[in-house]
Design a protein around this ligand. Structure first.
Ligand code: GLY
Ligand code: MN
Ligand code: MN
Length: 492
């Protein structure tokens, strides 16, 4: 579409192409392989998901953009990551598919799903050699319409057809679009309505965003297997990181070394890290989102590592371990660690089908508050602190929640309604984190001096079942003795 962001002109550093070149370049290439690719593993499950969306909005056209490339600076883009709802409803993962749009179109009896995208242009087209965004010489061979149909099982059309197809509103009952994903697509949908003499209701679009977010609250078998694989890959990467601790200490700026080693494994085993890794040594552990990671890693300190591998399918792990750099917890470190572990055990025990999501937090935070009281740190009694109207004092030392849903987004299902999320009932197939922490800043004068500068979080990813939760991240030890034994095996 013409309104898409155009890459900047490169007149100051790109030579014009001569006529001779334009004539010469399409010649003498082997024909494209005519074997069609296999269906993507996620594509089968995506059929039922699209059925669910169509059933939620009968007779309406549903528009789900993948989103454009995002500028990092000047003419340099971030690596591409499609909007999660698009990936979930098409089965497309890594690198796919900038600017594409999924349209779920009502038909007489059901719906027809069409993927609009930019198929590769023939080699006679300047795109082949001159288009740094889509051209084969720049970004590699992209799919043809037929190949994309084989991959996804969707009907596919050229993105250039989208404006005309959207303008034909025929007998549809309405249109909803995921509004915040691709501004030109949203503008196009709004414009079509305006041209037909009506204004669109943003509330209708908000309901769609909520619906596709809540659709991911329970995971199907494919998703659970991917999340398990993401956790397993992350556990391996944690092992590689521990092996590098002596290097991280020796080199200085060791937090970056830790981040880098984890990132190497994330890129090798999967698509990327699912979120910026936190490598927080010593007092940095008390900064919840410490992603600057520019500190030293010192013997005697602990290092809090919060990191997860996102697979090519885009499912991610989210695991935290707080590890003694030289392999043994000091008595003070162990004291805080064991308290957090107790809180995590309580959280996991509460994570049962039929319980409420917030029960997990309530159980864990009660344990945290009880320890803080026992240690003489909490200035009020436990019940007052836990009373939201007259307390909350314990939050000074754990200000975050204990859990969030996990899936393709690290904080998955973020548009779900409160009554489905925080006040929602846990159901088999949900995957959540359990991640209590205690954070004693070095500057916190309410904390005994020997505990200042100690920050601990322990985070695991669990699948809610009809019985006990399944701990997907169980390949990494949690008990302090087990952590020390594991590290002894890994450290040189
Ligand atoms: N790493 C982000 C989180 O734990 O929620
Ligand atoms: Mn988390
Ligand atoms: Mn985390």
């Amino acid at each position: 579409m013409t309104s898409k962001k155009q890459p900047p002109k490169l007149d100051n550093r790109q030579q014009p192409f001569s006529e001779a070149f334009v004539e010469f370049i399409p010649q003498n290439w082997a024909p494209y392989d005519t074997t069609l690719p296999e269906r993507l593993p996620a594509a089968e499950a995506a059929v039922a998901r699209r059925d669910a969306v169509a059933a939620a909005f009968p007779g309406e056209r549903i528009v789900i953009p993948a989103g454009p490339l995002r500028t990092r600076s000047n003419d340099t883009d971030y690596r591409y990551r499609a909007h999660t709802a698009f990936a979930h409803l098409t089965g497309l993962g890594t690198d796919r598919e900038p600017d594409a749009v999924l349209v779920i179109e009502p038909t007489g009896e059901g719906h027809e799903d069409v993927l609009y995208f930019r198929p590769r242009a023939p080699r006679t087209d300047p795109e082949f050699y001159a288009d740094a965004r889509y051209g084969e010489m720049w970004v590699g061979q992209r799919e043809s319409l037929e190949e994309m149909e084989a991959l996804t099982g969707l009907g596919c059309r050229h993105l250039g057809e989208l404006p005309v197809d959207l303008a034909d509103t025929g007998s549809i009952a309405g249109v909803r679009v995921l509004r915040d994903v691709d501004a030109p697509v949203t503008a196009l949908v709004d414009e079509v309505a305006r041209a037909a003499g009506s204004e669109r209701d943003p509330q209708a679009d908000a309901e769609l965003a909520t619906m596709v977010s809540e659709l991911r609250l329970t995971k199907d078998d494919f998703e659970i297997a991917e999340l398990q694989a993401a956790c397993d890959a992350t556990a391996e990467a944690f092992e590689a990181v521990v092996r590098e601790f002596p290097q991280a200490v020796a080199k200085g700026r060791g937090e970056r070394w830790v981040e880098g080693v984890f990132g190497l494994h994330a890129r090798h085993a999967g698509n990327a890290v699912g979120y910026d890794s936190i490598a927080a040594a010593g007092d940095h552990a008390n900064t919840l989102h410490w992603i600057r990671n520019d500190g030293d890693v010192r013997p005697g300190d602990m290092i809090l590592i919060d990191a997860g591998i996102e697979l090519d399918s885009l499912y991610t792990a989210d695991i935290t371990r707080t590890l003694p750099v030289t392999g043994t917890y000091s008595p003070e470190q162990r004291k805080v660690y064991e308290a957090v572990l107790d809180a995590q055990r309580a959280g996991m025990a509460a994570a049962r089908a039929g319980a409420t999501f917030s029960d997990v937090h309530d159980a864990a935070i009660r344990v945290v508050a009880t320890y803080l009281h026992e240690w003489g740190i909490l200035p009020v009694d436990v019940e007052q602190s836990l009373d939201p109207t007259r307390g909350g004092h314990h939050r000074r030392w754990m200000v975050h929640g204990t859990s969030h849903h996990l899936g393709m987004d690290v904080h998955d299902c973020a548009q779900a309604r409160n009554e489905q999320y925080r006040h929602g009932t846990l159901r088999p197939g949900m995957v959540i984190t359990v991640e209590p922490g205690i954070y004693f800043k070095s500057t916190d004068l309410m904390v005994p001096p020997e505990l200042r500068g100690i920050g601990v979080r322990i985070e695991d990813d669990i699948l809610i079942t009809d019985d006990e939760p399944r701990i997907l991240s169980d390949k990494l030890p949690r008990e302090p003795d087990a952590v020390e034994e594991w590290m002894a095996r890994l450290l040189p």
